[in-house]
Write a protein of this length. Structure first.
Length: 146
């Protein structure tokens, strides 16, 4: 299936991203809302992914940490399309945006079940398991330019 991934450039776009995040993080995973939404949402680069019916089925964000590094996070995919390329399409778009912004590396705090997804795409695990918002994660890193 082909997906359309684009920068979330309007409030309406970001509302679509937040609605999907609410469904995945709050309703499916039980993460309290104040922990899903944070101050980084205001200055992050958000992307959204649409299926052929125009439904928002994926989202993610990149937060610039400094002149070299950004952190990708809040990646969410609609339950019925997990494992069907949505997350890969969102991640590829976020990586392309980071490269265009001149960044050299990306870090991600990956939930444990997502660790193989990121590893397959060139991310290396850097830390033992830690809890973030009550969910087990590992920190992973990918160099964009060698």
């Amino acid at each position: 299936m082909a997906y359309l991934v684009r920068y979330a450039s309007t409030d309406a776009d970001r509302d679509l991203a937040f609605a999907l995040r609410k469904k995945v993080f709050e309703e499916e995973q039980g993460v309290p809302r104040p922990l899903d939404r944070d101050a980084h949402d205001l200055n992050a680069d958000h992307v959204i992914c649409f299926d052929s019916d125009g439904r928002c089925v994926g989202t993610g964000r990149a937060v610039r940490m400094d002149n070299r590094v950004c952190q990708i996070g809040r990646m969410a995919t609609a339950a019925d399309l997990r494992g069907k390329g949505v997350g890969a399409a969102v991640l590829e778009y976020l990586e392309r945006m980071a490269t265009l912004r001149g960044l050299k590396e990306i870090i991600v705090h990956a939930q444990l079940p997502a660790e193989p997804f990121y590893r397959k795409r060139g991310y290396a695990t850097e830390t033992p398991t830690f809890l973030e918002e009550g969910v087990p994660h590992v920190r992973m890193r990918k160099m964009l330019v060698k």
